[in-house]
Design a protein around this ligand. Structure first.
Ligand code: LMR
Length: 333
């Protein structure tokens, strides 16, 4: 009797626990997606597209919160926050993985290594891309996709036509040893700085110049504080979309499948608009008239290449000669 009553009471308690637990499970799973650029860029638009599709394909089981413009974290902090699980998703520039201990990603920063978006896609969409993502796993990170931005232009308050024009200029770079070597090869003084601080540093003269794809330069209004820019397309800037591995692995399988679908479509979208966004940003800056844009002559381009190509050899040990060779094999260079 006593036992029966006890079991009945336990049964009621268990049912209650279940009903209390259920609404908690019904709460959407929150994905905080932090990034450092404007919403009005290829990455910003890609993140917004992912938010829309992720919520749709999971029937609202997931709530994606996108935080642009370093609202939550600056460059270095956001990678730490991802590893700690304070945010779930990021899309850092490929130039920012070195400090994490995955130096192979700096292969993307080598000067003139990608002659076109097609050459780049042969790398990101192939075995090299897979190999790079595999290296993130033991850092507690899963790589989901590569998102395009574009080819970089150099800017300063003085003309940058030939390598000698860089002598002594303080140039802001992302946290990549390859970019440091690139600026050193030009005779400039590289200065690593978070993206969110660049506009003010240019405005106040803390640095003289920088390099960026046009979309970043324009959406941060850097053209308002840079009198000259050279359309050198000397290097590439793009992203890896990454998630906290534990968070990702522990998602219910159907939710993860919905998110994978959303990511595949958001990736196609982001990569389909990247070139157009950069072309439009360049035109808008030309129309704004605050910066004088210079196209390299064939002779100037040769001089840039002569100064910068030795960086490939110089950085081979750091990046890994095999990784560089695999990239070159994929691009046919
Ligand atoms: C930069 O720091 O210049 C870029 O990585 C910013 C970005 O995310 O495009």
């Amino acid at each position: 009797m006593l036992n029966r009553r006890l079991f009945a009471a336990l049964g009621t308690a268990a049912t209650l626990a279940l009903t209390v637990a259920l609404p908690a499970h019904a709460e959407p799973i929150v994905i905080k997606f932090s990034h450092v650029v404007s919403p009005d860029t290829p990455k910003g638009k890609g993140a917004a597209k992912f938010e829309e599709l992720a919520e749709k394909y999971t029937n609202g089981a997931v709530d994606v919160e996108v935080y642009p413009n370093s609202q939550l974290y600056k460059d270095k902090e956001e990678l730490e926050a991802l590893q700690l699980g304070a945010v779930q998703m990021l899309a850092p520039s490929l130039a920012k993985f070195g400090p994490l201990g995955v130096q192979d990603f700096e292969v993307f920063d080598l000067p003139f290594i990608f002659p076109s978006y097609d050459a780049l896609h042969a790398v990101t969409g192939g075995d090299v891309g897979k190999m790079l993502f595999a290296k993130l796993e033991d850092k507690g990170i899963t790589g989901l996709a590569f998102w395009d931005n574009g080819f970089k232009i150099m800017s300063a308050n003085s003309p940058l036509n030939v390598p000698d024009d860089f002598l002594g200029l303080k140039m802001r770079i992302q946290s990549s040893k390859v970019l440091e070597a690139e600026m050193n090869a030009l005779g400039a003084v590289p200065q690593v700085m978070a993206f969110s601080e660049v506009y003010q540093a240019l405005q106040t003269g803390v640095v003289d110049g920088t390099e960026n794809p046009p979309s970043n330069m324009y959406t941060q209004k850097m053209n308002e504080v840079q009198k000259h820019a050279t359309i050198s397309n000397h290097g590439y800037l793009g992203y890896a979309v990454i998630v906290n591995k534990k968070f990702w692995d522990e998602l219910p399988a159907d939710v993860r499948a919905g998110l994978e679908q959303a990511m595949a479509e958001a990736t196609d979208y982001a990569n389909s608009i990247a070139k157009g966004e950069n072309d439009a940003a360049l035109e808008a800056m030309k129309a704004a008239g605050t910066t004088e844009f210079h196209d390299l002559t064939p002779e100037e381009l040769e001089a840039w290449k002569a100064a910068l190509l030795p960086v490939h050899e110089e950085m081979a040990e750091r990046i890994g000669a095999e990784t560089i060779a695999a990239v070159k094999a994929a691009t046919g260079m």
